[in-house]
Structures are given as structure tokens and as C-alpha cells.
Design a protein around this ligand. Structure first.
Ligand SMILES: [Mn+2]
Length: 301
């Protein structure tokens, strides 16, 4: 292990009911079986396997209710990892898991200050039940984290506004609906659409995003939706969208993020093993996590 870096703890977020295709529910387990823990360990990270929080489809009569039941349980697991002095690596799961993940992180760092978040995604995930045509909860987590939507999602731990609009940057969006874009514009959220990423490069965008979310916050996190990547590199996701961020660029840009002590958690969502092609996406995701969360020094070699 590399001295001075936090010990990682993997938290599985086994939920798929938030998406149209529920295969993401098996994402964390599939990546464990693929060997993500071993890969991180071999790259120099101190990592232990932790809890898996499982959604209960029988616990509610509709999908939002499933997420409302799941979110506080995942939040408690994530908060517990931080309370033990460790760094949560949350692996979903459809992206509705973000409500639990970032509610837990926000609660844990609340005595120190606010949460910053870089959200890397092909979509905006900022619907409320009023604007969503599909009512799919994985299209709603950002709105909920900023205090908009059903109280069961916005009010985890009994308070709302886990994330302030000025502390969020979205990168890579290229498929969205007018209602969610309007909410983000009204709130003043900085969105780097894929056209901007193509013009400036992912590196420049990510550096600007990181600087913004570190400003005036006690800590920041990364939520990485597999569908942000180009489907040529990562086909195994529920809602692939063409012309995304290329894997080799993402590996370079996210390299050694963990070396920033202000980084408090990392979330990977929307890996769908049932849609993977011969393990291509599992390999891509494992490489991404290894790049971001291990620091390969000359001494470690
Ligand atoms: Mn997403």
C-alpha cells in the first residue's frame, strides 16, 4: 500500500429498480467476481470488501418507493465507512443509488462543511416526478440531492439540500429532456455538455470542475456513470449514448484522484453485466477505478 492514502472500503449498492433495465442490480457482484478488489490491491491500494446494501422490490408498490426504502440504508452504510476513517468506493447499481451515497457523505462531513460533487454522465439525472416522462428514479438523483422531488429522496436524515447547486459540476451530458435542463439552468448549475468536452478536452473540463467543487466545500466526490464513456469502450450499461468520453482519456485524467485528501468518496454506477460484451466493460471499469484510486509510485514497483 502507499503510505498516507486512505484505506478503501467497497460498498455494493445492489439496486436496479431505478432503471428501465434492472441488470445494474448485479453490477457490484459481477465486478467483485471479475476481480476488482484484486486489481486495486495489486495496483497498490489498501482495500477491503465491505457491506452490500440490497434493494427490496417487495418493500414498496412502485419504483420510487423502492429507492426511498433503499436510500437511507445505503446512506448509513456509506456514513459508517467514513466514520471508521475509511474511503467509500460505492459500486452500483443504477444511478438512483447516488441519493444514498451522497446523502451519507454529506451527513458525515456536515460538521466540517458542504459537499462538492463532480458528476460524469451522458445524462443530467435531474428530473423530478413532475418533469419525468418515464418516472424512472435513476433520472432523478441530482434533483433530489439538491432538494427537489419526493421527500423520501430529498429528506434522508431529515434535512434537505445535501448538495448546493454551486458545488456541483456535470461533465459529458449529451442526452436529456427539457424539464431537467430547465431545473439545472434555474439553479445555476455548471453543465459541461459533451460538445464542450470535445472542444476543450476532458482533461481541461475535469480540472475546472475539480477546482469549482473544491471551492467553499469541506470535501468532494466523484460520481461516475458508466454511460459517460463511449459505448465502443464500455457497452455494458443500461442506456448507452454514442460519442462519449474515450476510456484512454478518462484513465489519464482521473489518474491518482485519491491523492487529494479532500476527495471523500467515489461512486461508480450503471454497470450492467447482462449487457457487457465479453467482459469489455468490466475491464474498462476496473481500469478506471484502478487509475483513479491507486497511486502507482516508483517505490511500489
Ligand atoms: Mn446517470
Amino acid at each position: 500500500m502507499t503510505i498516507g492514502l486512505p484505506a478503501l472500503e467497497l460498498v455494493g449498492a445492489a439496486i436496479g429498480e431505478g432503471a428501465g433495465d434492472s441488470g445494474c442490480k448485479y453490477g457490484a457482484q459481477a465486478l467483485r467476481e471479475f476481480g476488482v478488489l484484486r486489481a486495486l490491491h495489486d495496483a497498490g491500494a489498501a482495500i477491503e470488501d465491505g457491506a452490500t446494501v440490497v434493494s427490496d422490490p417487495l418493500g414498496a408498490d412502485e419504483r420510487l418507493g423502492v429507492v426511498e426504502d433503499f436510500s437511507p440504508r445505503l446512506a448509513a452504510a456509506v456514513e459508517g465507512v467514513i466514520a471508521r476513517g475509511r474511503f467509500p468506493l460505492v459500486i452500483g447499481g443504477d444511478h438512483s443509488c447516488a441519493v444514498g451515497t451522497w446523502s451519507g457523505v454529506a451527513q458525515a462531513i456536515r460538521p466540517q462543511g458542504a459537499l462538492g460533487l463532480v458528476w460524469i454522465d451522458a445524462h443530467l439525472d435531474a428530473h423530478t416526478p413532475e418533469t419525468s416522462e418515464t418516472q424512472a428514479p435513476h433520472g432523478m438523483p441530482l434533483a433530489a440531492l439538491m432538494g427537489h422531488g419526493r421527500p423520501g429522496l430529498t429528506d434522508v436524515y431529515g434535512w434537505r439540500g445535501k448538495l448546493r447547486p454551486e458545488h456541483l459540476v456535470i461533465i459529458g451530458a449529451r442526452s436529456y429532456e427539457a424539464g431537467e435542463r430547465a431545473l439545472l439552468e434555474r439553479l445555476g448549475v455548471r453543465v459541461m455538455y459533451m460538445t464542450e468536452v470535445q472542444e476543450r478536452g476532458f482533461a481541461a473540463c475535469f480540472q475546472e470542475a475539480r477546482a469549482r467543487v473544491r471551492q467553499g466545500t469541506a470535501g468532494w466526490g466523484i460520481s461516475f456513470d458508466v454511460d459517460a464513456l463511449d459505448p465502443a469502450d464500455a457497452p455494458g450499461t443500461g442506456t448507452p449514448v454514442a460519442a462519449g468520453i474515450r476510456l484512454d482519456e478518462a484513465l489519464r485524467v482521473l489518474e491518482s484522484c485519491i491523492a487529494d485528501p479532500q476527495l471523500k468518496a467515489f461512486e461508480l454506477a450503471e454497470y450492467n453485466p447482462l449487457r457487457d460484451l465479453r467482459g469489455r466493460t468490466a475491464r474498462a471499469v476496473t481500469a478506471l477505478l484502478t487509475s483513479a484510486l491507486a497511486v502507482q509510485t516508483a517505490m511500489a514497483a
